[in-house]
Ligand binder design. Sequence first.
Ligand code: AP5
Length: 198
Amino acid sequence: MPYEGTQCPQLILVFGGPGAGKGTQASLLGQLLGVPHISSGDLLREHQRHDTQNVMSSGELLPDDLVTRVVLARLEQPDAARGAILDGFPRTVAQARTLDSWLEQHGGVLRAAFYLDVPPDELVARIVGRQESSHRRDDNAAVAERRGEIFNREMPPILEHYAAHGQLQRLDGAQSVDRIQAQIIEALGSPAQPCTHD
Ligand code: AP5
């Protein structure tokens, strides 16, 4: 499982609907493996433009070129040289293809992709439940439903993309945080992958 000795970026992807626990699991895993947790949503929330904030508040997706530029720039920071845990990216097939090209250009590898499967009602309940503490304008029942619809529209081909390469692991995201993290760690049991340019 360790990243020691890795000479190329090794990425782990965490997928799931809005509120599925992507950030929770990616953050724990990043701390354990000593690589950054990169959340496209967090990066975009730091982007202070009004038009960006308005789109995010509505639950719609931002344009692929903007999101890709922001995420890839973050991946090229020195602390991500050995890899990162990506949460919320890719979210469209175009983003997945761009990430494939980026990995190829950087001699990197996709170590694993995890899909946290959580029933829709539970997703909305979690988002509404954290509304007071998150201060996110998209954390309310109506926008959470819209985020769920977009997720259901965009995600199947992306999951198929990674499943077709044998890289996708589906986990029951309704379990406890600790139980899910333990399953992720168990699934990552093998040593780091060889770099594609080795
Ligand atoms: P983003 O920030 O990615 O939001 P999201 O996908 O809706 O997911 P969240 O961050 O709300 O939830 P999460 O799955 O990380 O769950 P968390 O761990 O926080 O995206 C926001 C917006 O940005 C998008 O709508 C879009 O506009 C834009 N955007 C982002 N990426 C984009 C992209 N690639 N392309 C285009 N646009 C993009 O947990 C949620 C809650 O549940 C917490 O309270 C947590 O404590 C709790 N919880 C976690 N795990 C469990 C558990 N196992 N059991 C019980 N409770 C749990």
